[in-house]
Design a binder for this molecule. Structure first.
Ligand code: F6R
Length: 212
């Protein structure tokens, strides 16, 4: 494990983006596991910049992601599919046939797990961390063996995501979601980059990690 503490959010984003770019240079058809939330936004911005200014190509990359709110459609502006497309995928040269996002409707967790297996696992998974320690939407006490599954979101998660950054209030956040399991992440991701930072630079996420 490599722990990197950067001076600020921009440096953290740049460093993580460089790690993802390095992965793609070594293996252009890498399976990249995407994350949503505020923390990775700067990483996506930097990857888009590298694509535009430095010719970084995602043409052969295969994409999966961590999670999605149950019931939300891809064109719902609160869905994670919408987030990933508008903040990242629409701005790079990703090949649509290589984009496999968790769906909020008609989603089959077992099928997703089989898809990941068929890829031989995930070459690099990006992770954020919730203020209650959740990874993906694996809330505290989720089995470390869990595979992709449906979850009931904790009230704390609903409050965090209903603080105006995403949903207006906790009541607007869907009750349930789908998430890659902890077992999926632990056993099928060959590399993991867990980012804990925030643009406001409060150091809150880093302190949380130190407490865990
Ligand atoms: C998002 C996800 C969540 C977030 C976590 C932190 O795909 O799986 O675990 O990473 O809730 O979110 P932010 O970055 O908004 O603090």
């Amino acid at each position: 494990m490599l722990l990197v503490v950067e001076a600020n959010y921009e440096n953290m984003s740049r460093r993580a983006a460089q790690m993802i770019a390095a992965q793609l240079r070594v293996k252009p058809n890498s399976v990249i596991g995407l994350a949503t939330g505020s923390t990775p936004e700067g990483i996506y911005e930097e990857l888009i910049r590298m694509h535009r200014e430095e010719g970084l190509s995602f043409k052969q990359a295969r994409f999966v992601n961590l999670d999605e709110y149950k019931g939300l459609s891809p064109d719902d502006s609160q869905s994670y599919q919408y987030f990933l497309r508008t903040k990242f995928l629409d701005h790079i040269d990703a090949d649509e046939k290589n984009v496999h996002l968790v769906k909020g409707r008609g989603f089959q967790p077992d099928e997703y797990e089989r898809l990941i297996n068929s890829f031989g696992g995930i070459d690099l998974q990006l992770l954020g961390i919730g203020s209650n320690g959740h990874l993906g939407f694996n809330e505290p006490n989720t089995s470390s063996k869990s595979l992709t599954h449906e979850v009931k979101l904790h009230q704390k998660t609903k409050q965090d995501n209903g603080d105006g950054r995403f949903f207006k209030s906790a009541d607007d956040v869907p009750e349930r979601a789908y998430t890659m399991g902890l077992g999926t992440i632990i056993n099928k991701a060959k590399k993991v980059i867990l980012v804990a930072g925030d643009r406001a630079g409060t150091g809150k996420k880093l302190r949380l990690l130190q407490e865990l």
